[in-house]
Design a protein around this ligand. Structure first.
Ligand SMILES: [Mg+2]
Length: 310
């Protein structure tokens, strides 16, 4: 995606309008590819994520700027899961013919999300296609990225944030209703926990994952990656109003973080710094790689998460 010196044509008009809307946040755009500098001693951290109409969102649920915002945060959330600092974003849009009019608000949402993550837009691509698709590549850096595989016996398991909003919103929309303000906001305006993740990494976090598939399902990913058994008590999980703990623990699209780390982590200091809950929900034990979750003393069946191909 080039901004400054492009030839004539409708495609380039669309790109020009996007780049103009992004302003200073896309000031580096103008060559065939983006050249980025990774600070000395740091590793490049890269992730890409496709948001497809009627798979990841629906145009009748969210406004175009909310779709752009959400797709961008979802991609950046994977940088947060690695405790990485963002360098910038590559944004590839596939537009059906009836979506050209929404390029402006889509771009505005993308720009607002980039601003919320204090990052820039490095480039991208615009194509015509059957389904509205936003594919966002997020680049970042970290000295020692937090991995899923770092959990060790004796660590505690913590989660950031409150759960259940996105699942409640999707359920309401699917039933033909309107979700509560709170639930809707958690779906359309997720937060990438970038600063929180870096704080946690600096304070001894050993592993992390962001909650996209559902808390219980993502904890299973972490348990397998670290080859540990996770003992989880869901009783203290912060949940939005009018949502059950079980639905909240199974619902996806949260983009909060689950981390493992020292049992004496300074939770009060975290909460004071970020005004976001940090809740201990369990303990890491040696093998086999399973999640043993309970609620009010009763065993909770595993899984329930989102699987594209099941
Ligand atoms: Mg992830």
């Amino acid at each position: 995606m080039t901004g400054a010196a492009m030839g004539p044509g409708e495609e380039f008009d669309l790109i020009r309008s996007l780049v103009r809307g992004w302003g200073e946040r896309a000031a580096g755009i103008g060559d065939d590819a983006a050249a980025v500098r990774v600070p000395d001693g740091m590793q490049l951290v890269a992730t890409t994520d496709a948001a497809v109409d009627r798979v990841h969102f629906r145009r009748d649920w969210c406004s175009p700027d909310e779709i752009g915002y959400r797709a961008t945060i979802v991609a950046v959330s994977d940088l947060a899961a690695m405790a990485a600092n963002p360098i910038g974003l590559l944004v590839a849009l596939t537009l059906p013919d009836d979506c050209r009019m929404v390029v402006g608000p889509l771009g505005r949402g993308i720009g607002e999300a980039a601003a919320a993550c204090d990052t820039v837009i490095l480039g991208g691509n615009l194509a015509r296609g059957g389904e509205l698709t936003l594919t966002t590549t997020a680049l970042g850096y970290a000295r020692a990225p937090l991995l899923r595989s770092g959990a060790r016996e004796g660590d505690a398991v913590y989660v950031t944030g409150r759960y259940g909003g996105p699942a409640a919103a999707v359920r309401e929309w699917s039933d033909g209703g309107q979700p509560s303000q709170d639930a809707r906001a958690r779906y359309v305006r997720p937060v990438a926990r970038l600063r929180e993740a870096r704080w946690l990494a600096e304070h001894g976090a050993s592993a992390a994952i962001d909650i996209s598939d559902g808390l219980l399902a993502d904890l299973e990913h972490l348990a397998h990656a670290s080859a540990v058994r996770l003992e989880i008590a869901l009783d203290g999980l912060p949940v939005i109003d009018n949502e059950t703990v079980l639905d909240a623990a199974r619902g996806g699209d949260e983009y909060e973080l689950a981390i493992t780390g020292p049992s004496d982590l300074n939770v009060a200091a975290f909460v004071a710094a970020f005004e976001v809950p940090l809740t201990r929900i369990g303990t890491v034990h040696s093998g086999p790689p399973v999640v043993e979750a309970t609620l009010a003393g009763a065993r909770v069946a595993p899984g329930g998460g989102w699987d594209h191909f099941s």
